[in-house]
Design a protein around this ligand. Structure first.
Ligand code: HEM
Length: 401
């Protein structure tokens, strides 16, 4: 295998031909050279791009790879690199990663998330009622897809929703490719500063929420005040940008496949399967998961040396025809959809996935039950898709109902 870059001027988000399909370049590479070297940041880095489902899983599940973006050779989103605080634990390796993640695992156990179902259903109902009272057309992102997960994460964390303009703006700056790593960490630090105030408040006015329980872990000496604030900031931004984009894109996808809408209105099990297929089909974390080899490792006959970077474009791996039959088709009844990598795989697999799943399982059927005449109010080519962000989505979605 040659080590000279196959793709000379690679960028982390490529233009797409069709808005719901991965960029064709990746698909071509997966067929011709599934583990190829690409040139990033004007040749300063030449990480490996791993595009097959099986190889992607092998990388993400292997202890031979680090998630620390400050390691030499790490294929970073931004040209500059900064050390993220340890509460932003997706960017840390074990044991720091495990210690930080452990402070939150109980919060995302399926049982606890199931208890949130009535609150999510109530918020969904209220927002859809408010939407239908507008004279339309209205922006579905502003009136539904964004406020719903924001309200849910606020309820879970114990953050006042009145402050949503502040934390949504900073969350956007964190995932935007057009900010430097420095700027994006500054946005994160502003969020954390705001949450540090809340950690303090919860000591005198505790609630039944994550921040109150993190404050208790500070008092027990498990973490510091700053950790509690950073962990809360991480959840606040990870918890609503992703789900909001998934709600908006799933709505577009279902409206573009009207024959499948009856499926999303089926029983709980059928809806759960449909949500997995939408997660696979859309795979919104389209910037690619990034790792650096800490030792030499051979994947599918290709040796990746210690210190070399790897990018795993999960939206491409999730369309691998060797694993998913007719992967470009949306098939809400697909038997192996749940084996998608949309939440990642291995020790960094999405902590919030039970919450994201429950939200989507409640919200998507309710949208189509309540708004049977829902339509996108502009032609598809006038919808502004978010290309330059870690998470794919739409800026706004004008709809009528
Ligand atoms: C549909 C919605 C979502 C998608 C597609 C998604 C996707 C992902 C992916 C791909 C990763 C792995 C990153 C990596 O390996 O480098 C991840 C990690 C993470 N996600 Fe999500 N996520 C979603 C919703 C949420 C929600 C609702 C929360 C929290 C409330 C959340 C919290 C996290 C956290 C804390 C991590 C880091 C886990 C670790 O490093 O151990 N996510 N997510």
């Amino acid at each position: 295998m040659t080590s000279s870059p196959t793709v000379p001027a690679f960028t982390l988000t490529r233009p797409r031909d069709a808005p719901l399909d991965p960029p064709p370049l990746y698909t071509e590479l997966r067929a011709k050279q599934p583990i190829s070297r690409v040139s990033l940041w004007e040749g300063q880095l030449s990480p490996w791009l791993v595009t097959r489902w099986e190889d992607a899983r092998a990388v993400l599940g292997s202890p031979a790879f680090s998630s620390d973006p400050t390691r030499p050779g790490a294929p970073t989103f931004k040209k500059d690199t900064v050390q993220n605080p340890r509460g932003f634990f997706a960017s840390h390796d074990d044991p720091v990663h495990a210690a930080m993640r452990r402070t939150l695992t109980r919060e995302f156990m399926v049982k606890r998330i199931t208890e949130l179902r009535p609150a999510i259903a109530r918020l969904t109902d209220e927002l859809l009622t408010d939407l239908t009272e507008l004279s339309g057309p209205a922006d579905f992102v502003e009136h539904f897809a964004l406020p719903l997960p924001s309200l849910v994460i606020c309820e879970l964390l114990g953050v006042p929703y009145e402050d949503h303009a502040f934390f949504q703006e900073h969350s956007r700056a964190i995932v935007d490719f057009n900010t430097t790593a420095q700027e994006s960490m500054q946005a994160f630090a502003r969020l954390a500063e705001y949450l540090l105030g809340l950690v303090e408040t919860k000591r005198t006015r505790p609630g039944n929420d994550v921040i109150t329980r993190l404050a208790a872990q500070v008092d027990e000496g498990v973490i510091t005040d700053q950790d509690a604030a950073d962990l809360s900031a991480f959840l606040l931004f990870a918890g609503h940008e992703t789900t909001a984009n998934m709600i908006a894109l799933s709505t577009i996808t279902l409206l573009s496949h009207p024959d499948q809408i009856p499926h999303i209105l089926g029983g709980q099990e059928q809806v759960a399967g449909a949500v997995e297929e939408l997660l696979r089909y859309l795979s919104i974390v389209h910037g690619g998961l990034r790792r650096t080899a800490v030792e030499d490792v051979t994947i599918d006959g290709v040796t990746i040396r210690a210190g070399e970077g790897v990018i795993v474009p999960i939206h491409v791996a999730n369309r691998d025809p060797e694993f998913f039959t007719a992967p470009g088709d949306l098939d809400l009844a697909r038997a192996n959809a749940r084996q998608h990598l949309a939440f990642g795989y291995g020790i960094h697999q999405c902590l919030g996935q039970p919450l994201a799943r429950v939200e989507l399982q409640i919200v998507l059927p309710e949208i189509f039950r309540r708004l049977p005449e829902l339509k996108i109010a502009v032609p598809m080519d006038e919808i502004a898709f978010k290309q330059d962000t870690v998470v794919y989505g739409v800026v706004e979605l004008p709809v009528t109902w």
